[in-house]
Design a protein around this ligand. Structure first.
Ligand SMILES: Nc1nc2c(ncn2[C@@H]2O[C@H](COP(=O)(O)OP(=O)(O)OP(=O)(O)O)[C@@H](O)[C@H]2O)c(=O)[nH]1
Ligand SMILES: [Mg+2]
Length: 304
């Protein structure tokens, strides 16, 4: 090591690395990412397959910088080109990371969990998170489940968590840190993600559709930001909600536009919180028949 003066610009080494958060749909991956970051970055809903993109969330503390990647839920039950693209995005994130965090909902071992486990690389540590432990009637209930999980794979660690109650979050960070090496951080300590604001604007609208529409519609919906301008702190956003079927257009608009108005209001309120500034939001609805099975559209919406 050099004895010379250390340049003020020199960035100190710390524990650094990238971590893919993977699991079956609805396991609680995005909620876990948000709990780890202490901010709602990734959209969440009670419906499966809410997340469609890999989303980077940068965690920084005084000894580490961890690049978390939220991923779509991996599943083989529903087949569409969009689903296949989402599965490919999961499998690709298994190879170029330093640690995998595998999220399994407490008490549930699903067929697709076992399929995912078969895909785990041999040379990357996999930490299993048992999520939603607040749903168990007592903490003791977790023990037999942990034993079953332990038999499935040589996990580097098994950490029970609850994103809802913020239980086990610090333990999970420590467990990840134990599997990282020293290096230079890639982002400054205040960075949160590499996605632009317009990406999150589209995601927030999509989340409101998941919350406010019935079970079928959200799966065939994409959101396109046509215009995003910032003027003296006011963000003016024009967005088009693209649906895969004619019938869905009317359902999203609702009687006298009432449903679309609610979607717009809820999205705007959340955007104003997220962007910390005023938002003017205009929404349109457009039909693009069968886009979920059209490879060009899937690429166009950035799902590939
Ligand atoms: N009780 C409880 N519910 C949770 C917890 N974490 C997530 N949930 C709920 O589980 C549902 C799914 O959460 P998400 O975070 O969207 O799950 P996901 O794995 O990202 O889902 P996809 O993106 O669809 O694959 C939502 O209704 C969450 O509110 C938790 O710690 N406790
Ligand atoms: Mg998700």
């Amino acid at each position: 090591m050099s004895d010379g003066p250390v340049s003020e610009l020199e960035v100190p080494s710390m524990l650094v690395g990238s971590v893919a958060v993977i699991g079956v749909p609805n396991a609680g991956k995005s909620s876990l990412l948000n709990a780890l970051l202490g901010i709602k970055l990734s959209i969440v809903s009670r419906k499966a397959q809410t997340t469609r993109h890999k989303i980077l969330g940068v965690y920084s503390d005084d000894k580490s910088q961890i690049q978390f990647l939220d991923t779509p839920g991996f599943q083989l039950t529903h087949r569409s080109m969009l689903n296949s693209a989402m599965n490919r995005s999961v499998s690709s994130s298994l190879t170029d990371v330093d640690v995998v965090v595998f999220v399994m909902e407490a008490g549930l071992i699903q067929k697709d969990d076992l399929k995912l486990i078969e895909m785990f690389p041999e040379d990357i540590p996999v930490i299993c998170t048992i999520s939603k432990i607040d749903q168990l009637s007592s903490p003791n209930e977790a023990l037999p489940f942990i034993e079953r999980v332990n038999d499935l794979f040589a996990f580097a660690d098994i950490v029970p968590t609850s994103a809802k109650r913020m239980t086990g979050i610090g333990e999970l960070i420590s467990s990840i840190q134990a599997n990282l090496s020293m290096g230079k951080p890639s982002y400054d300590e205040y960075a949160l993600t590499d996605r632009p604001e317009r990406f999150f604007a589209a995601e927030i609208i999509r989340e409101k559709l998941f919350h406010l529409m019935g079970d079928e519609i959200p799966y065939g919906v994409a959101v396109e930001i046509e215009e995003f301008t910032v003027n003296k702190g006011l963000r003016s956003i024009n967005a088009t909600i693209v649906v895969a079927k004619n019938a869905h257009k009317g359902m999203i608009i609702g009687a006298q536009g009432s449903k679309l108005k609610t979607i717009g209001t809820k999205a705007r309120v959340e955007m104003e919180y997220f962007f910390n500034g005023k938002v003017f939001l205009k929404l349109w609805v457009k039909v693009k028949k069968g886009w979920v099975d059209d490879s060009k559209s899937i690429k166009y919406f950035g799902y590939e």
